[in-house]
Design a protein around this ligand. Structure first.
Ligand SMILES: Cc1cc2nc3c(=O)[nH]c(=O)nc-3n(C[C@H](O)[C@H](O)[C@H](O)COP(=O)(O)O)c2cc1C
Length: 339
């Protein structure tokens, strides 16, 4: 069952047509005409979990568990290695239950070597499973995904989320590597970010609304049912970031994701308070539709465009982007000002 589901998630993601809006279009960043450094002096590197990465973007959790998933993970891992950026594997539950699925996850560590690799489980699993997931790929950190919306429309999905808080707390206390708690595209409200912080979580991935839409992706598995009225449900990424920034603590790392499609989105997510960004759907799109070289070119171009935008905002480093002024307008302003 899980194997078919993994396959369907990728196929359905590629079939999905609903276009959500992460509201990055409502963020305005001023053009700066008198930059005081050269393009070649732009430094996009940063430190994450004591390792230096070359660009503030991570390839976020997508897949694992089948032969097809293994070939996708293999390509994604080569991209992550080539660009020296982190990569998270997809949910490892399938490999915790079936040892035949392990290789499709381990291949990521084998390719990436000592670069950053993150494991992934759902919030319904406990500390022992968390440790096994980390050991499986010598993960530098473990992602725990919160996906109640997705589970609730899956026929075989979970219905009881009452243990999730306790599981997260136990895992944070008992695991030797950091824990990243993430959504899957419905966005984290500031209340959830604050509750996670109070549980001891130091890395939160917003995974907001506006990119991959798991209501639609799951609905495509059940064509006899119609969940389309829910397709616009979720907290848009730009709003989540603005609200999370307001309660930002020094020791909380915020990952901006959900609908990141290019360099301008990355720049805006960083300006709104993300420490770094993450992308799943868009890179999967380029890889499956266009092949490895196309996906490679896409990332190369994204990084080049980001450097151009950094010159045009007089930001020599990623830290500078966190201080670059921005204005908000339209729906984002209305929502933010009414919060
Ligand atoms: C095909 C597919 C499979 C996914 N599988 C997982 C998963 O196993 N675990 C997880 O935490 N997130 C999973 N995600 C969610 C992404 O990690 C990400 O949070 C979400 O897609 C929003 O980012 P995006 O708009 O850049 O795609 C998946 C996304 C896609 C497109």
């Amino acid at each position: 069952m899980r194997k078919y589901r993994k396959q369907e998630h990728i196929e359905n993601y590629l079939k999905a047509t609903y276009q959500g809006d992460p509201l990055f279009k409502d963020v305005f960043i001023e053009h700066y005409s008198m930059p005081d450094f050269a393009y070649d002096d732009v430094d996009t590197s940063l430190n994450v979990m004591d390792k230096k990465i070359s660009f503030p973007l991570m390839i976020n959790a997508i897949t694992g568990g089948t032969d097809f998933a293994e070939s996708i993970n293999e390509s994604l891992a080569h991209l992550a290695k080539d660009f020296n950026i982190p990569m998270a594997v997809g949910s490892q539950t399938i490999a915790l239950e079936d040892s035949d699925a392990i290789e499709s996850f381990k291949i990521v560590r084998e390719i990436i070597g000592d670069g950053l690799v993150f494991g992934n489980i759902n919030g319904l699993l406990g500390l022992e499973d968390a440790k096994r997931a980390v050991d499986m790929i010598q993960a530098d950190a473990l992602q725990i995904h919160l996906n109640p919306a997705q589970e609730l429309i899956m026929e075989e999905g979970d219905r009881d989320f009452s243990q999730v808080r306790k599981n997260i707390e136990n895992i944070v206390q008992g695991l030797e590597v950091p824990v990243i708690v993430k959504e899957v595209g419905f966005g984290m409200s500031p209340k959830v970010v604050k509750e996670l912080y109070d549980l001891g979580v130091k890395y939160v991935d917003i995974a907001g609304f506006g990119g991959t839409n798991f209501f639609e992706v799951e609905n495509l598995r059940y064509p006899q049912e119609d969940y389309s009225e829910l397709f616009n449900w979720g907290n848009p990424t730009a709003l989540c970031l603005l609200l999370a920034k307001d309660l930002k603590k020094k020791d909380l790392t915020l990952i901006g994701s959900g609908g990141i499609r290019g360099a301008e989105d990355c720049l805006k997510a960083l300006a709104l308070g993300s420490d770094f960004c993450a992308m799943s759907g868009e890179i999967l799109n380029y890889l499956v539709r266009g092949g490895y070289d196309y996906a490679h070119l896409f990332l190369e171009q994204l990084m080049h465009k980001m450097k151009i935008l950094m010159v045009l905002t007089n930001c020599k480093t990623i830290e500078d982007i966190h201080h670059t002024p921005y204005r908000i307008k339209g729906t984002l302003k209305e929502l933010y000002c009414s919060c």
